[in-house]
Design a protein around this ligand. Structure first.
Ligand code: NDP
Length: 334
């Protein structure tokens, strides 16, 4: 039931959030979006998840990014979101842009993973049920499936839109050649790709180096950067060791082995540059991505409202002097 006491901030669109057009579409996305990969599963408290989501919306974040397998456990981030959708956000559905994805391991057996029509069709139905939604705004193929014909995956995306279960579609982590073919297929079937999601941050400039950013632009798709803080490495989180409540300590994809002496030295050097700019390292790392107009939005993760607030401050200064950029490049090339 909708909570009669939930009222989002009336000035939510006057809090400094800016919106950028996704490629050549009609859609504007907030420069900072919130992702639910971590921190919203059934291992986290519902109250904490609610607090972060409410706060995000209060600050003008209209785009929430999910996937079938986000949690842990698989599906539980969508369930959390579904509960909050029902209790808080239902009256505001038309102000929200909600994404989900399928393609990584989700349920056991041969149909719960990769990019078959069977898998995508079943997954979108499950996601809609878990999230208490009639449709998602964008449905992504979560990863390129080299074994399934690309046409099968793309046609499933097209049909999901035709069935009214998603308004737009997107690609995530597709290599260059596969992305070229996918953009073309979707365009030719009148469901142009809205957005490409790729890992992009100061420690990983692959989308730049592999021309994925340009390719999205040429194909009229927006580019959305995920893990913009390198899962927390590009923040002050690990400057003085590994905090007990951190992503590394909680176990998962980010391992303590990522924190080599060389990486730590880079984090410290970048932190010094950020402090001179009057920013935290997290703020500077996000600003560095947003200086590029080809980036439509950065999807941050946050384990607290304080982190979210810090990240939002990045929007206050996204320009860099030549000297600052040179210094950052020097740190990264060491
Ligand atoms: P980030 O790189 O933003 O890392 C988030 C983590 O960084 C937080 O959990 C927190 O770590 C730490 N952090 C965030 N802000 C601050 C701050 N201001 N100060 C200190 N520490 C901070 O993003 P994620 O890796 O979480 O990815 C973001 C989203 O991108 C995902 O939720 C998902 O929606 C999407 N994504 C998409 C993928 C795809 O395949 N398409 C793959 C991966 C992500 P701690 O928990 O230690 O506090």
């Amino acid at each position: 039931m909708t909570d009669p006491f939930y009222h989002p901030a009336e000035n939510r669109y006057q809090q400094g959030m800016k919106y950028r057009r996704a490629g050549r579409s009609g859609i504007f996305l907030p420069e900072i979006s919130l992702g639910l990969w971590h921190n919203f599963g059934d291992v986290d408290t519902l109250a904490g998840s609610k607090q972060k989501l409410h706060h995000a919306f209060d600050c003008g974040i209209t785009h929430f990014d999910l996937a079938n397998n986000y949690g842990p456990s698989n599906g539980s981030a969508e369930e959390t979101f579904g509960q909050i959708m029902k209790s808080s956000f239902a009256p505001y559905r038309d102000e929200l842009f909600i994404s989900t994805k399928a393609g990584h391991d989700m349920w056991p057996g041969p149909y719960g993973t990769w990019g078959s029509r069977k898998s995508l069709m079943a997954s979108i139905d499950q996601s809609l049920r878990r999230m208490n939604l009639e449709y998602v705004d964008i449905f992504y193929s979560h990863r390129y499936d080299p074994e399934t014909p690309l046409e099968e995956t793309m046609q499933a995306l097209v049909d999901i839109v035709r069935q009214g279960k998603a308004l737009y579609v997107g690609l995530s982590k597709y290599p260059y050649e596969a992305a070229c073919r996918a953009y073309q297929y979707l365009r030719e079937h009148d469901v142009p790709c809205l957005a490409y999601q790729g890992r992009y941050n100061l420690f990983n400039i692959e989308p730049e180096r592999e021309h994925i950013l340009e390719l999205a632009h040429e194909n009229g798709a927006g580019f959305i950067a995920f893990s913009p803080l390198a899962q927390g490495l590009l923040t002050n989180r690990y400057l003085n060791g590994i905090p007990e409540d951190s992503r590394i300590a909680r176990g998962g994809f980010l391992k303590a082995s990522a924190l080599t002496p060389e990486v730590l030295a880079r984090i410290q050097a970048l932190n010094n540059i950020a402090l001179r700019r009057g920013q935290t390292l997290a703020e500077m790392s996000l600003a560095w991505l947003l200086k590029d107009k080809l980036v439509t939005s950065v999807i941050v993760g946050a384990s607290s409202v304080e982190q979210l607030d810090d990240n939002l401050k990045a929007l206050q200064n996204t320009s860099f002097s030549e000297a600052e950029l040179k210094e950052i490049n020097e740190v990264l090339s060491k």
